[in-house]
Structures are given as structure tokens and as C-alpha cells.
Design a protein. Sequence first.
Length: 366
Amino acid sequence: MPTFTDRVVQAALKIVLEPIFEADFEPYSYGFRPNRRAHDAIAEIHYYTSRGYDWVLEGDIKACFDEIDHTALMGLVRERIGDRRVLRLVKAFLKSGILSTDLVNRDTFAGTPQGGILSPLLANVALSVLDEHFARLWQKTGRTGSERMRHRRHGGATCRLVRYADDFVLLIHGSRLHAEELKSEVSEVLKQVGLRLSQEKTTIAHIDEGFDFLGFRIQRRNSKKSHKQYVYTYPSKPSMQTVCRKVKAICRQSISQPLDELLKQLNWLLRGWANYFRHSSAKTSLNYLGYYTWHRVWGWLRRKHRRVPWKKLKRRYQGNQVGAWLPEQDGVRLFNPATVTITRYRFRGARIPSPWSTSAQPAVAG
């Protein structure tokens, strides 16, 4: 972790560099960028998979933040920054070294410092080679929808990259053979900045099979109300397992603490999880999570009051509720995730506003 002084300098440097590089970043890069979030990446995937992009290459980069080539990264930075003092600062942060647990300072010959304020921006700069490659490929297959359709009729394929930091998917309107070819292409592009594609974890899937991305499961299914097929997004199984493990861990805490302290911890977790997934088909998952949490809290109360009958326990912690009972103490009530309203998140695409106007963007140094 960088020292306090280094963090201040990195923060100041980020304020200067970020608007410069933001002017060049492609619109389908979402991670660690202002006014962009994971929901934008999911919305773009939903948009294209609903329009014939049936094959998905889900990429996994091996130790992305640890293996970025310093020479290649500094070359990309120099394309936009000419001030040698700034370049020396960036290089010094990359070469700052690591103080290991055995108190030995080890040199860093690759990668960006973990926990550094500047690291996410530098990682996006390095991975921009992937963005720019597929931006050129997108333009090559046609500038309009009719041109791309003509390209596909002649046996070609069109593809769209969606990237969130070092996680990315490649959406392909073509065949599995096209996806296999693009997998090799991605590997070659990443080599330019010293990165490798994990052959074991990088998978190719059809949208009917579904795939996981950023905690969501994205899959095309038959509608329950009609015989038509639609692409659905909902919480993935690992996401459900993770939040249930956290609920279980909280409810295993000491029974000596008051109930309201336990409920505050659970409510913070449940609200955050429910708000993250409220733009997906998560009603069933939210209902299950509320049911699971209620039973865990009930088990905690039974351990806390082993000799108190159920009806008396309910009267003690029910408060002034009407209807379904949720544990409550001192005005703190267990949050029910099922009460969160499911809303659709619209694909914003290139309409995502930039925090810097065109006239306010700083000029290129040098």
C-alpha cells in the first residue's frame, strides 16, 4: 500500500491525467470511469444479445494488475503526455517496489501497485489496446447496420466488446468458429502489454446456455407468459451463495450483543445487495434472501432466549407491526429485500455524460 504522501501525489496526478485519457477511451469500457457503472455494461450486453449476438467469449486475464508490462504501458502514456516530470512520477510509482511480510523491499518489474489511486487509470490505459483493436474491427465490418448485415451474409462475423476493468466479454454475431478465431486474436492483442489470457477460465458460450458476468447470470429463456424468447439477467448462483454466507456469518456472532446491532449489520448488507440487483429479474432471489435471513435471525434469537416461548418472543420483538412479522428492536427493523421494487435499467450507450465538457478538457501536455 502506498504511503499517505504518495497517495496525495497520486490523487493529484489522477485529477490531471484522467480527463486527458478519458477523451480517448472507448464508450464500451466501464470500469473505474466517472459516471459509469456495472449496470451500464450489463445493459449493453443485454442490448446486443437481444439482437442476434448469440455467441459470447468471456475473457479472463491472468493477474492483470500484476503483469502489465511497464515499457509498453509507459509507451502508451507517452503518446498523450509529453511532460517529462509527469512521466518520471508515473514511472516512479510503477517502480516503487513492495515491502513484503518478511520486511524485505522487493523491486517491481511489471504490474501496477495494488491499492494505488493511480493503478485503475493506468490499467485502463494498458487495456485500451484491446478496446481500440475491436473499435477498428467494428468500423472495418461496416459503418452502418446494413453494411454489417451485408458483411455477415458473405460469411463474416461482427463482434462487440464490453469491458469492465479487467473483466470483459466479446459478443459475436456469427458462429462458434468465429468465436474461436477471435479468442486467438484477443491473446495476440494482450501480448502487446505483457498480459495473458487464461486458457482454462476463458470460455465460449451460447446465449441460450447463459454465462456469468459481474455477479449477474445472463441467459436467453422462454417467457412464462408467451412462447417468445427473451434475454434475462438475474443474480448468479455464486452471488447468491456469497451473500447467504455473509448473512450466516453475521448471525453466528455472539448472542451477548443487542438485537438492533445485529439488524444494522444485516440491513447494510441486504440493502446494498438488493439495490445492486434491482435492475434485473431478481424478484425470486430477493424473496429467497429475505426468507433465508429471517430464519437465520430467528435461530439467533432462539439461541439468545433458549427458555422463552415463541409467542412471547414474538411479542417482545414485534414492535407495532401489522401483518408479516420482522424482528425489531429500538426502532431498527430487519430489512426485507423482497420489498425492493424491480426497475428496468436503460442502455445509455454513448449518451453517458462526461464530467468534463469539451472546452474544459485540459490540453495534451507537451
